[in-house]
Design a protein around this ligand. Sequence first.
Ligand code: ACO
Length: 324
Amino acid sequence: MYNTKIVAFESYLPPRVVTNEELSGMVDTNDEWIRTRTGVSERHVSVGETVSEMCVKVADGLLSKSGISAEEIDLIIVATITPDFATPNTACLIQKAIGAKNAFAFDMSAACSGFIYALSVADKYIKSGMCKNVMVFGAEVLSAMTDWSDRSSCILFADGAGGVIAQASEQCAGLIAEDLHSKGEDGLKLTGGAICIDTPFFDNDKEKQPYFKMDGRAIFSFATRNVPRSIECIIEKAGIAKTDIAHIVPHQANSRIVEAMAKKLDMPIEKFFINIQKTGNTSAASIPIALADMYGEGRLKTGDKIILTGFGGGLTWGSILLEL
Ligand code: ACO
């Protein structure tokens, strides 16, 4: 039986940086409010780069770091809610760009839990013996779905891409435990990108809703209530102690949510990786971007047990306990 070992980490942030000061000139807000309520100081936004273009940069880095050739990739999964097209899917665009001609490729949509769900799916293809090398991406151009005149959401969202290569391994314990959930009944508390049916057969007089609409307080309490429970659940399933966990890598939604999680779990905040100050909330991209940052800083060691945890639109949430 094979397990899932992560053999390469990579990320890409578009070069255009938007500071809190710049946003303060666009909407009625200020640096102090944004930093104290969210933890964000600056964020990166695309100036025309699409999700697939950012992912191709990530894919090139993954291939060169791992020494794996594009032909050896069996599967490409992209978690995103902002794909270039409805079809072709983003994963097929990446496949074409890098020449991964032996792969099959698809996108997944689970908002800020997207990377967790995608890694879980990759693990099942690896455990079944069907795939040896899987590229898993989380990538977003949330700036395209953001109402830049709405101060309650435009201060949060940002763009970026991250990815890993998950490889079949007989040595590593890999994905040890997971806990995935959805609560569709609360889905309309966070919406974005609504399709507008306006055709020769139907005259739609409803307002178009392409942009994010969010009940921020409801999402905040949903996250602080459910995510600590999910983390406790996988620790219990794995039969280990909290002190065995080297790092918790949470979705970067708001630093106050992470602080509340640490408090509820009675775990030191230092165990939780936070880079939201420079990335903002990049939805499905935030966890793989965080992993690439941690790898670059030398924080991830072979044998470490780490927990990845995501939550957001759907509503969806989930956690994975991984041995590196
Ligand atoms: N600048 C200044 N004041 C502001 C701003 C701003 N940018 N935004 C809101 N305010 C004001 C409000 O109008 C309100 O004023 P009032 O008290 O006079 O009515 C006051 O600040 C407090 O507003 P709240 O909405 O209660 O602020 P809160 O502390 O809840 O912070 C925030 C808002 C940052 C959105 C928070 O609720 C949050 O982070 N929620 C979670 C969002 C999230 O994690 N989403 C993840 C999913 S993303 C995805 O799935 C794609």
